[in-house]
Design a protein around this ligand. Structure first.
Ligand SMILES: [Zn+2]
Length: 290
């Protein structure tokens, strides 16, 4: 009498455990962006019917880290580089539920073609045909910048929404094919903002200062590492107010706008790099609005 009852109880408990483990978690993946084309930052959103411990993805051969936002939705930023070919690009997600094993999920981004305009600019001849003696300097600065943008720091310093670094409007120059004194150059990979000489340039979000100084093409330069592969590069500054290693708060002045380097006049140039991708800073501001 006693023994069979125990066996039944054990079987019933096992059945419950198996059912709980096999309970499928409802996963919904969506994106938020101004559009899916080269040069755009995209917010990926992962919603699950149960708690998650981690979400990661691989997009355009880069690792995308996710954080849990206030509403319980997991957010990750993907950059569609200016050079990405239009077409379907799969994002491979790895979603780890609090109970159970990791779930693999594919989300496809259908990248469309965008025609960026060409702009003709006239600058000092030394910025179009640099004299031989600065060749080594230009190469060194390019290597240094590439090494910075290729480094992904583990701590995410940025939070919440992003602010414009100067009050002036952007000129819509992001992505333009630039022709300097009749010579075609690589596409303009930053946003230009109207700013008079001396206008304070403020940090759009928190970050660590990883480079300050004068560079050949960009003039007075400050690079902020916001963490998780996100960088801000401010160029053509007339004055620099921070030092390498400084931790800056959102809204803190890092320098003054100016007209140093390869420019036609005073303005602020802001390049954003997201896991190496050249994306329009205005696209990031738009998708992370409160
Ligand atoms: Zn520019």
């Amino acid at each position: 009498m006693f023994a069979p009852r125990r066996v039944t109880a054990v079987v019933w408990l096992l059945a419950v455990t198996v059912a709980a483990a096999a309970q499928p978690l409802d996963i919904t993946v969506s994106h938020h962006a101004r559009g899916l084309f080269p040069g755009e930052a995209v917010l990926l959103r992962v919603e699950a019917s149960g708690p998650l411990t981690e979400v990661r993805a691989t997009a355009f051969d880069e690792t995308v880290r996710f954080y849990e936002a206030a509403d319980g939705v997991w957010h990750g930023l993907v950059g569609i580089d200016l050079g990405v070919e239009p077409g379907d690009h799969d994002v491979a997600l790895r979603i780890v539920p609090a109970t159970g094993t990791a779930i693999a999920h594919i989300y496809t981004l259908s990248v469309e073609h965008k025609a960026y305009r060409t702009r003709q600019l006239t600058v000092a001849p030394r910025y179009v045909a640099p004299p031989p003696e600065v060749g080594e300097r230009i190469a060194r600065e390019a290597r240094q910048q590439a090494a910075i943008f290729a480094t992904v720091t583990d701590e995410r310093l940025w939070r919440g929404s992003w602010a414009r670094p100067v009050p002036g409007q952007a000129t819509g120059a992001f992505g333009s094919r630039s022709v300097f004194n009749g010579q075609p150059r690589s596409p303009h990979s930053g946003a230009d903002f109207r700013a008079a000489e001396g206008t304070p340039v403020t940090a759009p979000n928190a970050g660590t200062v990883v480079l300050t100084g004068d560079t050949y093409f960009s003039g007075g330069s400050v690079i902020l590492d916001h963490g998780w592969g996100l960088y801000s590069y401010f160029a053509h500054l007339s004055k620099i107010l921070v030092e390498e290693g400084d931790l800056v708060e959102p809204g803190q002045a890092v320098g003054h706008a100016g007209a140093t380097g390869r420019v036609t006049g005073p303005h602020l140039h802001w390049t954003l790099r997201l896991n190496g991708a050249r994306v329009d800073p205005l696209s990031l501001i738009e998708i992370l609005k409160d």
